[in-house]
Design a protein around this ligand. Structure first.
Ligand code: SAM
Length: 347
């Protein structure tokens, strides 16, 4: 949620930097603009206003990350200076670094555990307004915490969200009642309602703490809570959804989504009956799943189990753009990620 600030100093390389920074992309993967761009006074002002001015920007990345990126920018500016009379570094940027360093901040260990709001810029190709973003509550570096892998958004979710931003992907969501399994931070669910025109969204997970974070993010993203709900669904068990204010629970959905759910072979016998439940009792037409290809054995166990349950998995021909061409929903493409549409086989 960024308040309008001056657009003077706007430059594509700086816009990319801002979007990566607000997503708390690992510092070594952040694209630092060329020195001659950074030395322009209006660019430095733009950077201050869009990255560090605490009265303009919310959410801001964690303090340690802000310090790291600001130091990288200042170092690049300093090394690019050639004319001591002309080239300058803005007082706002220098002063801000001083103020960050003068107050105590978390140790690296505390930083590694702490959750914060993260702003995901959405890809520009659907013509979203500049600065369109989805806000989640997470720690981008956290792999496992409190027994769940759901406190960060995974590459497969960013990959699937990137696919859903294409016209074909959007047609799966627009006007639809969507349910997500293993939602984690809820990025996909929030994105479907905020930007992809879903009629309603149900975000599910087995962990109530994740669901209460998603409910908070519904508010932070200014979404209508009547159209996005959360419910506990532990795979292999019936879905325990709360009724709405009229006591009614949702009986059917059009499409189900899942990202990075096939990472453990023990989950397969739980996931398959849940898919069958979705097709048989909740009337979904498709289950769209994206999966990072970490362990081929787990992958084949899932697809064999689909076949045995008369579920057909159709692989989509979609690759995320390489990292250097991404303009939002930044993610690594180093490990292959595959997306499938699963539907009941015609008997
Ligand atoms: C690797 S995370 C993926 C989260 C999110 N989809 C993403 O890609 O960012 C797996 C998610 O599945 C949930 N999960 C794992 N086992 C589950 C089960 N048996 N029933 C329901 N949810 C489960 C976890 O709580 C976690 O949120």
């Amino acid at each position: 949620m960024m308040l309008p600030a001056s657009t003077r100093g706007d430059d594509p390389t700086v816009r990319l930097l801002v979007a990566q920074y607000l997503q708390v992309v690992e510092a070594h993967n952040v694209s630092i603009p060329p020195g001659y761009v950074l030395l322009k006074p209006d660019v430095q002002d733009y950077i201050y206003q869009h990255m560090f001015n605490e009265t303009n920007i919310w959410p801001l990345p964690p303090t340690g990350y802000r310090i790291r990126i600001l130091k990288m920018l200042l170092a690049k500016m300093e090394e690019s200076m050639s004319d001591p009379d002309e080239d300058e570094i803005s007082d706002d940027l220098m002063g801000y670094l001083g103020s960050l360093l003068s107050v105590p901040h978390e140790s690296p260990l505390e930083q590694a555990q702490k959750l914060s709001y993260v702003s995901y810029t959405v890809p520009g190709r659907l013509g979203h307004e500049v600065g369109a973003s989805v806000i989640t509550w997470e720690n981008r570096g956290l792999i496992l915490s409190s027994g769940t892998t759901g406190f960060r958004t995974w590459e497969a979710a960013l990959h699937l969200a990137t696919y859903l931003a294409t016209p074909k992907g959007k047609s799966l969501i627009q006007g639809m009642d969507v349910i997500e399994l293993g939602s984690g931070t809820g990025l996909l669910s929030l994105y479907c309602l905020k930007y992809l025109g879903a009629n309603s969204v149900m975000a599910t997970d087995r962990d109530p703490a994740l669901l209460s974070n998603i409910q908070d993010c519904v508010v932070q993203n200014n979404l209508d809570p009547a159209r996005i709900k959360t419910g506990i669904w532990e795979w292999g068990n019936p879905f325990s959804q709360d009724g709405d204010s009229s006591g009614k629970s949702i009986q059917s959905f059009d499409v189900a989504l899942g990202a990075d759910l096939i990472y453990d072979v023990d989950l397969v016998p739980l996931l398959i009956p849940t898919l069958q439940d979705l097709f048989d009792n909740y009337k979904i037409k498709h289950f769209v799943i994206s999966a990072t290809l970490r362990n081929p054995k787990t992958f084949s166990a899932f697809f064999e189990a689909c076949g045995e349950s008369n579920l057909n998995a159709h692989e989509l021909e979609f690759e995320s753009p390489p990292r250097e061409s991404q303009d939002g929903l930044f993610h690594s493409t180093d490990v292959p990620i595959r997306t499938y549409i699963i539907s009941p086989s015609r008997l």
